[in-house]
Design a protein around this ligand. Structure first.
Ligand code: F6P
Length: 367
């Protein structure tokens, strides 16, 4: 089969670098291969609702540095489990709308779809693959939690944004002699908090992979204070939880395939630390600012490499693979190996060892 027309979609939460991938895919497809490129709007929602439009060289120009995605995205459009209405009790009703998707893909004569997204998007792609539709995956997420790739694009930009925020918190913490908590995204993975915490010299780093002991955190703050260090910076992941306790949930999004939104642990901890230590505490939740704006240079390069490699796979007719970075080299793995899985921080990660060696607390005795 020779490829004539490819579809491109961006799914799940947005992140810096999506447009850089779209640009690399579209320009290589048009320039190097003469393929037509169809932009699918709002991730899988565009397939479900048949909302797609051609992408020209002009559309792919001047978007390298632009944050967000020119195609739009959705994290609620799983073709196998799509919300089609609400029942009389007000509960969402889900249905498998795959046949509709197959019809729209075939009507548009898409030979392959480049799916740029995280684990949820790879799960949607795996489902399409099971029906015979060809896909290529490109790994994105600020969480850096996709299996089989040591890095996803968007991560380094988010680390940079969070680090700048922590640096700013540092000066105000020092002026007011306070314990300052900064909460970062990442779902159940602590990569973003670990990297930004290390980069900004945080005193305490709390990540989901290492449940914390609140007494250890309080003792650490008190000891610093007694030693004359009048402030403490705590980098805390939204998915951090106490030993034997639960994560703090901000919201449940009923029509999302991944309905739980985490958030608020820094406020809970701030009150606990204040009560226990009598030190003044403030919490800052960074939120979506971590996902917005222009990608850093590293992510622009990575996104360009990933997008180019995606088109190489199509040209070689190596379908249903996701581009990955392994040992700092581009490679690819079956998309089905990545779907619905998360890569979390290992306890013996070299960065955890380095942080421990310089006296960072992970909120638990002995670590
Ligand atoms: O997966 C990316 C991410 O930003 C997570 O870090 C965060 O938990 C979640 O998405 C937030 O989702 P939403 O944009 O739906 O609030």
């Amino acid at each position: 089969m020779s490829v004539k027309r490819i579809g491109v979609l961006t799914g799940g939460g947005d992140c810096p670098g999506l447009n850089a991938v779209i640009r690399a895919v579209a320009k290589t497809a048009i320039n190097d291969h003469g393929w037509e490129v169809i932009g699918i709007e709002d991730g899988f929602l565009g397939i479900i609702r048949n909302r797609m439009h051609p992408l020209s060289m002009g559309d792919a120009s001047n978007i390298l540095t632009q944050g967000g995605t020119i195609l739009g995205t959705s994290n609620k459009a799983d073709p196998a489990n799509f919300m089609v209405g609400i029942d009389e009790d007000g509960k969402p009703v889900f249905d498998d709308v795959t046949p509709r998707c197959i019809e729209h893909i075939s009507a548009r004569e898409l030979d392959v779809i480049v799916c740029i997204g995280g684990d949820g998007t790879m799960s949607g792609a795996s489902h399409l693959i099971s029906t015979g539709i060809r896909c290529i995956g490109v790994p994105k997420t600020i969480d850096n939690d996709l299996m089989h790739t040591e890095v996803t694009f968007g991560f380094h930009t988010a680390v940079q944004i969070a680090t700048e925020a922590l640096d700013r918190i540092h000066t105000t913490a020092s002026s007011h002699h306070r314990v300052m908590l900064v909460e970062m995204m990442g779902r159940n993975a602590g990569w973003l908090t670990l990297y930004a915490g290390a980069a900004s010299g945080a005193d305490v780093i709390l990540i989901p992979e290492i449940p914390y002991d609140v007494d250890v955190v309080c003792d650490y703050c008190k000891t610093r204070s007694k030693r004359g260090k009048a402030f403490t910076i705590i980098a805390v992941a939204e998915g951090a939880k106490p030993i034997g306790g639960e994560v703090v949930i901000d919201q449940i999004i009923a029509d999302s395939p991944d309905p739980i939104r985490l958030g608020g642990v820094s406020n809970v901890l701030a009150r606990q630390i204040e009560t226990n230590t009598r030190l003044e505490c403030r919490a800052t939740v960074l939120g979506h600012v971590q996902r917005g704006g222009t990608p850093c240079a590293h992510d622009r390069v990575l996104a360009t490499q990933f997008g180019y490699h995606a088109t190489e796979l199509i040209a070689a007719e190596e379908f249903n693979r996701m581009v990955v970075m392994q040992d700092a080299k581009l490679a690819n793995v079956p998309i089905t190996d990545v779907a619905d899985q998360q890569r979390t921080v290992e306890m013996d990660d070299p960065l955890i060892r380095a942080c421990r060696a310089i006296g960072v607390s992970f909120g638990v005795s002995g670590l």
